[in-house]
Design a protein around this ligand. Structure first.
Ligand SMILES: Nc1nc2c(ncn2[C@@H]2O[C@H](COP(=O)(O)OP(=O)(O)OP(=O)(O)O)[C@@H](O)[C@H]2O)c(=O)[nH]1
Ligand SMILES: [Mg+2]
Length: 307
């Protein structure tokens, strides 16, 4: 198809919602690859992560954001600021809510904030996890939500199972502004490989460790060495805030960090399509949650965490 015949469209679509709503799952499904990490725990995504999908003549750049919640700590504040920053910069916003949880206080707070912050761009409602509820519940939830806000469209989806996702993607493709494409045709993510690699390891740690600890740790890729045989050697540091945490991450005879490393390596090999040698080191840095450099490594703005 030639450029003269078909006007291309392109733009940014921000996915916002409470922690655990399924934003990253939806991004990965739209892109068709695991670009953003997913866990059953809240506050998994820490920064804005972009994934690119193509639908007909439209290039849709999805912006995954951290969940919006009431921030208490510096990292929380920087994460929530990143989420709202993603929404402000977007051409279209999609608010994800969870069908089985309905209109929570958190959802209400996000809708109120949208009224103040939305800069005139269309906001669609995506009711996610419809695999968990009956149809009557959905209809009521949809009408209750539309009474709270003038949504440009309402989509009932299951990001995990894929239900309703094509309709949403089709609507986004039509709604984005006329524009040349923003990324090369074959690009699916806009995140440096070293950061994706660190996120993969953080996902495996989050899946293995108990609730509070994942918040207290961060992973950074220290070195990435290309080898002549086509493989790569990746060195990462897991920063924890306390001595006791180091022991938990290592596990008995180092078995926890070993299992994490194996799981991360498998994903990395799948993502990169090559052999990976992954080396993990655990370091205690009591103050890492207050260090500007850690935030820039995560793709967050340290200043946004100021009160
Ligand atoms: N049953 C069901 N579970 C889902 C669906 N979509 C996502 N999930 C699950 O919900 C959990 C949270 O998903 P994420 O994609 O990490 O949610 P998120 O909104 O990115 O969360 P944060 O990054 O913490 O803000 C995971 O366990 C997913 O597998 C769905 O359509 N149905
Ligand atoms: Mg997420």
């Amino acid at each position: 198809m030639s450029e003269e015949q078909t006007q291309t469209r392109a733009g940014f679509v921000a996915l916002i919602g409470e922690p655990n709503a399924g934003k990253s799952t939806l991004l990965n499904r739209m892109v068709g690859a695991k670009v953003s990490i997913v866990t059953h725990k809240v506050q998994t995504t820490r920064a804005r992560i972009r994934g690119v999908a193509i639908e007909g003549a439209s290039q849709i750049v999805f912006v995954d954001t951290p969940g919006v919640f009431r921030p208490r700590r510096r990292l929380d504040r920087a994460m929530v600021a990143a989420a709202w920053g993603g929404a402000a910069d977007a051409d279209v916003v999609v608010l994800l809510i969870e069908a089985h949880r309905g209109i929570t206080d958190g959802v209400r707070a996000i809708v109120e904030a949208l009224k103040e912050r939305a800069t005139g761009q269309p906001v669609a409602l995506a009711i996610n996890k419809i695999d968990r509820v009956r149809a009557e519940v959905l209809l009521k939830l949809s009408s209750d939500m539309n009474a709270l806000y003038d949504f440009a469209g309402t989509y009932m989806i299951s990001a995990e199972k894929g239900y309703g996702v094509d309709d949403l993607r089709g609507w986004l493709a039509e709604t984005l502004p006329e524009s040349p494409w923003l990324y090369p045709e074959d690009q699916i993510a806009d995140l440096p490989m070293r950061m994706i690699a660190a996120e993969i390891t953080r996902e495996k740690l989050t899946l293995r460790l108990h609730q509070e600890l994942p918040y207290q740790l961060t992973v950074e890729t220290e070195a990435w060495e290309e080898r002549k045989d086509g493989s790569a050697r990746i060195d990462q540091i897991i920063y924890v805030a306390r001595d006791g945490h180091k022991g938990i991450v290592l596990g008995n005879k180092g078995e926890t960090v070993k299992a994490v490393g194996q799981a991360a390596r498998t994903d990395l090999e799948e993502f990169t399509g090559r052999k990976i040698h992954l080396f993990l080191q655990v370091k205690v840095r009591p103050n890492w949650l207050e260090e500007a450099e850690r935030y820039s490594e995560m793709g967050l703005d340290f200043k946004d965490g100021n009160t």
